[in-house]
Ligand binder design. Structure first.
Ligand code: FAD
Length: 486
């Protein structure tokens, strides 16, 4: 087995230190497990893949290598590097997903609809796999229990402490090396590579640890996952989310075993259907869907910017320094541990960036650098396709909202110095003016969208004076953000 730690690859962006520790530590643990299992492993710690391949082929001239196709496709570059080094690279199907390339392409070929629609794909996958199906019909009679899954927890609710793993010697060694090697010196983060304030590293780096997280989730958190999956609470960064994305994306767990364990919790334990279906939808539906849409549409997504958004990323994305309570808390969490849950990524971070007018590709790079679970195949469709509506490949309308949404789904607004009910004037919640200003600025592109009809009818109700005040407030917010005074 050949494994290459190509270190310069890890300098392309100012990656969160926990992400670097996660990837390199998981790789070294995998190496050790393979060796313990009797495999012969060549492990090169070098600057580039070229260096690693050159060293390998000096030892094993003309060898044939086999690679599992990377999640986002694109193995041609590696094939060329191997050929240049004197070898040959066979590429085989990626087996870390439930839906194969051929299966997705067949699903797509059989439909008439334009664009990719998740709901159709998800139902297809339920039928194909038989997960939560009963005689060809969805268990419980419904495909979707979202109606039950938009609650916020009562004040006295507190979720169990999420699992964390004490770094072992390998992880500690990687941690020291990451601190040494990657501290500072990057172009894009205004504060250098040490922009994060990590808590102790907590993510699973072995299959055994990943299985513990799965078990903990199914036993202790799955019941509340459904109802509170869109809720945000200042004192509960993980809420009842599974925290399984890193393990799935690194291949420590297979989606089938994750889904099957959750279904077992429904069938044999007491997990409710709305939670289990909600979870299965994420793993069997969204995750697989995003992967294949990216595989097929990555060229379109790579430069997409259909709303012509050109603002630079405000510094608060890196520093968390803003008085907006929701943003400050979510970004603080990202700085600490390289994670926030889905609705925080979508309705707080992407929402503010989209209405602010941030260049979607710049935002995409920030997500890629900042999150422990970020890899191109999953970050790009989520940020460019879903979060910012930079492309209509997989969303039919932008996910933008006023402070109403954040207020309904979180406990942030109560302590925020900005007034959630004000749109204009000093101390009005920035989400409000930014939202209306966004609709005004993008009217030519969005008004004809039938799903935007209602919100444009509210825009039409505003007179010119009100619209001017909204524009002035949005301009003042952008100016304040540039001066780090938001
Ligand atoms: P849970 O809420 O417990 O969900 C269970 C699992 O479902 C996740 O572990 C994940 O594997 C899968 N899942 C759910 N939604 C999605 C989705 N939209 N796309 C892909 N998988 C999904 N996910 C990543 O894995 N890497 C990313 O870089 C990433 N970037 C995102 C950026 C934005 C702007 C948005 C809106 C979403 C992004 N997501 C990303 C999807 C989702 O937010 C994370 O998968 C999830 O928050 C991870 O936490 P969890 O494991 O506790 O998930």
């Amino acid at each position: 087995m050949l494994l290459i730690e190509a270190r310069s690859f890890a300098e392309r962006l100012p990656y969160h230190p926990h992400k670097l520790v996660l990837v390199f530590s998981a790789m070294r643990h995998f190496r050790d497990e393979l060796r313990e299992g009797g495999r012969e492993v060549r492990y090169y710690q070098v600057e580039t893949f070229e260096d690693g391949l050159t060293a390998y082929f000096e030892e094993y001239p003309h060898d044939d290598l086999t690679l599992m196709r990377p999640a986002g496709g694109g193995s041609e570059r590696l094939q060329k590097l191997v050929a240049d080094a004197g070898g040959h690279l066979n590429v085989v199907e990626n087996d870390r997903f439930r839906c194969s390339q051929a299966q997705f392409d067949e699903w797509d070929a059989d439909r008439d609809a334009d664009g990719y629609r998740h709901e159709d794909f998800y139902r297809y996958m339920r039928r194909e796999t038989g997960y939560l199906m009963d005689d060809g019909e969805p268990v419980g009679g419904e495909w979707n229990y979202d109606e039950d899954n938009r609650e916020t927890p009562p004040a006295e609710w507190s979720p169990p402490e999420p699992p964390a793993f004490e770094p072992d010697e390998t992880t500690r060694e990687v941690g020291e090396w990451v601190t040494d090697r990657f501290d500072g010196g990057y172009d894009e983060a205004p504060y250098g590579g040490s922009w994060a304030d990590p808590e102790p590293f907590r993510w699973p780096v072995t299959r055994e640890q990943a299985l513990d997280v799965l078990e903990d989730f199914c036993q202790n958190r799955l019941t509340d996952f459904g109802p509170y999956q869109d809720a945000m609470r200042r004192d509960a960064w993980a809420m009842s989310h599974s925290l399984l994305s890193t393990s799935l994306n690194l291949g420590l767990l297979h989606p089938s075993e994750v889904i099957e364990r959750a279904i077992e919790a429904y069938e044999r334990e007491s997990a409710p259907l709305n939670s289990v279906e909600g979870f299965v939808r994420q793993v069997l539906g969204w995750r697989e869907f995003m992967r294949h849409v990216y595989r097929r549409e990555q060229d379109r997504l790579a430069g997409a910017n259909q709303l012509d958004a050109t603002e630079p990323l405000p510094d608060f994305f890196w520093t968390g320094e803003t008085d907006m309570a929701c943003l400050a808390d979510v970004i603080d969490g990202v700085r600490r541990r390289g994670y926030s849950h889905h609705i925080e990524r979508l309705m707080v971070l992407s929402n503010v960036a989209t209405t602010f007018g941030v260049d979607p590709q710049v935002l995409n790079r920030w997500f890629h650098a900042a999150y422990v679970d970020a890899f191109h195949w999953v970050t790009t469709p989520n940020v460019v396709g879903m979060g910012t509506f930079a492309s209509d490949v997989l969303s039919t309308k932008p996910y933008t909202a006023t402070s109403n949404y954040v207020d309904r789904m979180s406990d942030y607004c109560g302590t925020c110095p900005y007034y959630k009910t004000k749109t204009t004037g000093e101390n009005a919640c920035p989400f409000n003016a930014l939202y209306w200003d966004f609709l005004g600025r993008n009217e030519d592109r969005l008004r004809s969208n039938h799903r935007m009809g209602l919100v444009y009818s509210h825009w039409d109700d505003k007179d010119e004076r009100e619209r001017d005040a909204i524009r002035d407030r949005a301009t003042a917010i952008r100016r304040a953000a540039r001066k780090n005074e938001l």
